[in-house]
Design a protein around this ligand. Structure first.
Ligand code: HDD
Length: 756
């Protein structure tokens, strides 16, 4: 074959060469002009990088750059080459002895392309394998200045961050909306080095000592024989462990609550879980627990909705985060701290601060906001950033130190260790996403995947040969100095403090803090999960644990399982509720909420247009749903259909507005697949998929609004027009007003009468 390099292509290549010369900084710099997107016929320069395609090493959301150049982005040349830079004339055919002949072993390009591909995957994280991440910025309020000398917490200081949210149990390809704890890990690229806050959306943990982590994870992961079930705790080994090992009771109860099925990563709290020690410039110390408080409030799915979503859109949370950021609806969290005096016993009002199965109620120690985090950029490359990011609790900066919590201490070992396997050696800190923004001058050398070309001859200290030995920093020059806490003389023992023996009081506190609706969800969750277990002994033991939390919880679950109600084995703890733990009863901004607008394609399209605009103006996302795709009223002011009855399902929407009463679609779906009940609906002239959508939304407590002919849908679906959260009116805008007000409370739970 002939090499198609032409004189024109050479000219373009030269132009590109000029464009990538040093100094051609990316941000703001004029990149090469965008090429038209028609089919290429000759070599041409690459498309300029999009805003978010700049490498994380060279781009930070604060706009700070560290020397981005055109050559740092993918496809920075006019010609496709091998990894060694040889230009390629063909990449679609192996080198063969004739067009129908055998492939030749000498084909280096084939072997290089396929071998590289063969090694594209790395081991997934042993836990938290499935996640999604975003870049952002953290701005300190200065409120922590009195208790921590950390420079990034000072007033107005802006620090780039990278946050990865995750589920714990599922593998990389599992669904987002499973019932599980969610990881909430934040990397702060501070001027004093990286600080990682590796937390969860639940403030307590299953175990008190890291030595038990392999046990709880082996129990929670799929059964080792068949490797099922995936990404969930509804199976025997999990319940076997958490009922034998009752320190898991509190965390398990949170998992069975609505916290186990968040509506969105943007609507989750985050917790550092452990108690940390802050130190100020004077050396005074304060114990703290870190909290992330989402500006959008804490909201959840309902279990049926979560299950349907896992099938309809397994990427629901990942998509939600990326879409919101792309649309400019940047999610925000305030970082806050609960503070406690650094006393010798490290207890606060009877609560052991070193026991990770305990929280401190906010009513006893309020959360003081100390900064704001805004996530404002999606990763450019999932693998390079989200997959390769490596967090570690030992990544600390001056002003923040650890405590003796035995869970925290074990984690300090585990994270560094796991990255060595996962990222193939000790140099993962050099990966762009993990690189600190502070200057590095270490004496670490060589190892797998070493990408730095270290110069000089003396990577040791002290030395006299290599142009000056680096100084050691001190207090005044920003050294990280561990707080010199007293270590009490004691006997070596595999043991824990007596206070660690209390496994039920805080579980009871959490239960008592729930509203009737939330309790009903908890009962349903336990009944579902235990109902999925096979071993009767496990179920019976689980009921004994529930009896120690609350008899009414135990009784309800026992009824669902058809098992006798056991007696409590401990006396019920005399604890009060902590109202701050409930998610319900407050109003929150509606930014980024998704509103489905259902139309038959004809009725009151002006109303549809008006409502669509109003939804956008309110910072929400309108999705027009019609019987078929395309554009409605193409000759007038066209309305684009975003979902059809084939692609839409109720779970995608936070609220549904009904503008018209669409008839069965042309594909006669209703007649072919509908069940008997639905057929009755077809007879009424309505598409059964629409009726399913509306009844599902109703069951899930969602706001439903209808105007004009939309009211017929409510009637045929049998939804009471006077039911809470169902709004009917004659005009579109008053319906939207009421629905928006309802959305601020997330769901219309007063629609149902809870059994508890
Ligand atoms: Fe862990 C990952 C959070 C206890 C060992 N953990 C991991 C991630 C989060 C947490 C959010 C994902 C980070 C990412 O997105 O890359 N883990 C927690 C919390 C815990 C906790 C809040 C208790 C308070 N973890 C814990 C213990 C151990 C580990 C006790 C081991 C003794 N965790 C790991 C790990 C992982 C991990 C094996 C897997 C992937 C990784 O670290 O980078 O090292």
């Amino acid at each position: 074959k002939k090499n198609p390099v032409s004189a024109a292509a050479e000219k373009i290549a030269q132009k590109l060469q000029d464009a990538v010369s040093p100094g051609n900084e990316l941000p703001g710099a004029p990149g090469p002009e965008a090429a038209p997107v028609d089919e290429p016929t000759e070599a041409r320069e690459p498309l300029p990088p999009k805003h978010d395609q700049r490498g994380p090493d060279t781009y930070s959301p604060t706009g700070r750059t560290t020397g981005a150049r055109q050559r740092d982005v993918a496809q920075a040349g006019a010609y496709l080459t091998t990894a060694q830079g040889a230009r390629l004339y063909e990449t679609d055919h192996s080198l063969k002895a004739g067009p129908r002949g055998p492939v030749l072993l000498q084909d280096h390009h084939l072997r290089e392309k396929v071998t590289h591909f063969d090694h594209e995957r790395i081991p997934e994280r042993v836990v938290h394998a499935r996640g999604a991440a975003a870049h952002g910025v953290f701005r300190g309020y200065g409120a922590a200045a009195g208790i921590s000398k950390a420079a990034f917490l000072a007033e107005g200081v802006e620090t780039p961050v990278f946050v990865r949210f995750s589920t714990v149990l599922g593998s990389r390809g599992s669904a987002d909306t499973v019932r599980d704890t969610r990881g909430f890990a934040t990397k702060f690229y501070t001027d004093e080095g990286v600080f990682d806050l590796v937390g969860n959306n639940i403030p307590v943990f299953f175990i008190q000592d890291a030595i038990k982590f392999p046990d709880v994870i082996h129990a929670g992961k799929p059964h080792p024989d068949r490797e099922i079930p995936q990404a969930q705790s509804a199976h025997d080994t999990f319940w076997d462990f958490v009922t034998l090992h009752t320190e898991a009771t509190h965390h398990t109860l949170w998992n069975m609550s609505d916290r186990g099925i968040p509506r969105s990563y943007r609507m989750m709290e985050g917790f550092g879980v452990h108690t940390f020690r802050l130190v100020n410039a004077e050396g005074d110390t304060t114990l703290v627990k870190f909290h992330w408080k989402p500006k959008l409030g804490v909201h959840s799915l309902v279990w049926e909705e979560a299950q349907i979503t896992a099938g309809m859109d397994p990427d629901f949370h990942r998509r939600d985060l990326a879409d919101a950021i792309e649309a400019g609806a940047f999610p925000e969290w305030e970082l806050g701290v609960q503070t406690f005096p650094d006393t010798e016993d490290q207890m606060f009002q009877g609560i052991d601060l070193l026991d990770a199965t305990k929280l401190v109620p906010e009513e006893l120690a309020p959360v003081r906001p100390i900064g704001l985090m805004t996530l404002n950029a999606n990763p450019s490359n999932f693998f390079a950033e989200t997959e390769q990011v490596a967090f570690h609790l030992g990544h600390l900066v001056p002003g923040i130190d650890v405590t003796n919590d035995p869970l925290l201490q074990g984690r300090l070992f585990s994270y560094l260790d796991t990255q060595i396997t996962r990222l193939g050696g000790p140099n993962f800190g050099q990966l762009p996403i993990n690189r600190t923004h502070a200057p590095v001058n270490d004496m670490l050398r060589d190892g797998m995947h070493q990408t730095a070309v270290h110069r000089g001859v003396a990577p040791y200290r002290p030395h006299s040969l290599d142009g000056g030995c680096p100084f050691l920093a001190g207090e005044e020059t920003g050294a990280y100095i561990e707080v010199p806490v007293e270590v009490s003389a004691s006997r070596k023992a595999r043991d824990a403090a007596v206070s660690f023996d209390d496994h039920f009081s805080q579980a009871r506190l959490f239960w008592l803090s729930m509203t009737a609706t939330e309790r009903e969800h908890i009962v349903a969750a336990y009944t579902f999960e235990l109902g999925k277990c096979w071993e009767e002994a496990v179920k019976e033991r689980a009921l004994m644990v529930l009896a120690n939390i609350a008899p009414e919880l135990c009784t309800q679950v026992a009824v669902g399982l058809g098992l006798p109600v056991p007696e409590a084995t401990v006396s019920l703890a005399p604890v009060g509720p902590s109202p701050a733990l409930s998610q319900l009863g407050k109003e929150w901004p509606v930014d980024g909420r998704i509103v489905g607008i259902v139309t038959d394609g004809e009725y009151d399209l002006d109303g549809v247009r008006e409502v669509r605009r109003a939804v956008l103006d309110a910072g929400m996302v309108p999705l027009v749903v019609a019987p078929a795709g395309g554009r409605l009223d193409p000759t007038g002011d066209p309305v684009t259909v975003q979902r059809t009855f084939t692609t839409a399902r109720s779970v995608e929407f936070d609220a549904i507005l009904l503008a018209g009463a669409p008839a069965p679609a042309a594909d006669a779906y209703g007649a072919r697949d509908a069940k008997a009940d639905d057929l009755a609906a077809v007879a009424t002239g309505l598409d059964p998929r629409l009726l399913l959508m509306v009844t599902e939304a109703y069951r899930h407590g969602k706001a439903i609004g209808a105007w004009g002919q939309g009211g017929r849908v409510l009637e045929v679906a049998g939804l009471p027009a006077d039911s809470a959260g169902v709004v009917s009116a004659t005009d579109a805008s008053s319906v939207l007003r009421s629905v928006t007000a309802l959305l601020a409370r997330h769901r219309a739970w007063d629609r149902f009468t809870p059994a508890l």
